[in-house]
Ligand binder design. Structure first.
Ligand code: GLP
Length: 244
């Protein structure tokens, strides 16, 4: 769906999420949300915060699993996705701290493998993700599933692509400070979500969105795997749709 601007589109995405939360709440069930970082979802989070403050939307029944985290990365570091999520959403809503799940960038290298397995198992234990929010990187990554990622991949550590590190360089005040690795949910983890919404704003996403939506399905552009998911919507603005 192509929107004139990202603001209007983000409000609609937030409304869908709010409706899902309320429906689950009315059935006394948890609502399991997969969340993304980056600039793309910020307005969705702003709208959810507004709904919490002005319309009494409660997140008491919400369980969240974030897509990814840099590795190694301390939680308190302002570049961490842990920090990002608290700053842009969690600190402003009534979610229970124990219901927030973000891959642990502090885990030792010996415990890394097991912590990824545990993350995957925890998502499954909740019955999988009800809703997954995605952005897209210029390499075609979703989460940090870089080119070469396997269709059935689960949560794991991954080496970041050079382009991804270049794009992250401003936040880290130089590419040398950007971690070389990350922990990410897998393609298989994401595709198991019951509903997926990918956000893409601006002309710098136009080329990769064309490949993602119109190109052949290939591990070289991991986001193309979404073509096989039967409940995915790409919500993009006019700039991002310019190559379609
Ligand atoms: C990072 C994140 C992705 C995100 C991407 C795009 O690489 N790991 O989950 O989709 O950035 O970021 P932005 O939304 O800022 O364009």
């Amino acid at each position: 769906i192509i929107f004139e601007n990202s603001k209007e589109a983000s409000v609609l995405v937030a409304q869908e999420i709010a409706e899902l939360i309320r429906t689950k709440e009315s059935k006394n069930k948890p609502c399991v949300l997969g969340l993304a970082t980056g600039s793309s979802p910020i307005r969705v989070y702003e709208e959810l915060i507004r709904m919490h403050r002005e319309e009494g939307l409660s997140f008491a029944n919400v369980i969240t699993f974030n897509l990814d985290e840099y590795y190694p990365m301390d939680k308190n570091n302002i570049q961490s996705y842990f920090y990002f999520m608290h700053e842009h959403l969690f600190n402003h809503i009534d979610i229970l701290p124990e219901n927030i799940n973000i891959p642990d960038g502090n885990v030792s290298s010996e415990d890394l493998y097991q912590s990824c397995i545990d993350y995957e198992m925890k998502i499954k234990a909740y019955g999988g993700l009800d809703f997954q929010l995605l952005g897209i990187g210029r390499t075609g990554h979703i989460g940090f599933n870089e080119p070469g990622s396997h269709l059935n991949s689960g949560t794991r550590s991954i080496t970041l692509d050079h382009i991804t590190r270049v794009d992250a360089a401003p936040t880290f005040l130089g590419i040398d400070n950007v971690p070389r690795k990350a922990i990410t949910m897998g393609i298989g983890t994401v595709l198991a979500a019951k509903r997926i919404v990918l956000l893409g704003w601006g002309s710098n996403k136009a080329e990769i969105l064309k490949e993602t939506i119109e190109g052949e399905i290939t591990s070289e552009v991991p986001a193309t795997y979404l073509q096989n998911h039967d409940n995915t919507t790409f919500i993009i603005d006019e700039g991002a749709s310019s190559e379609l």
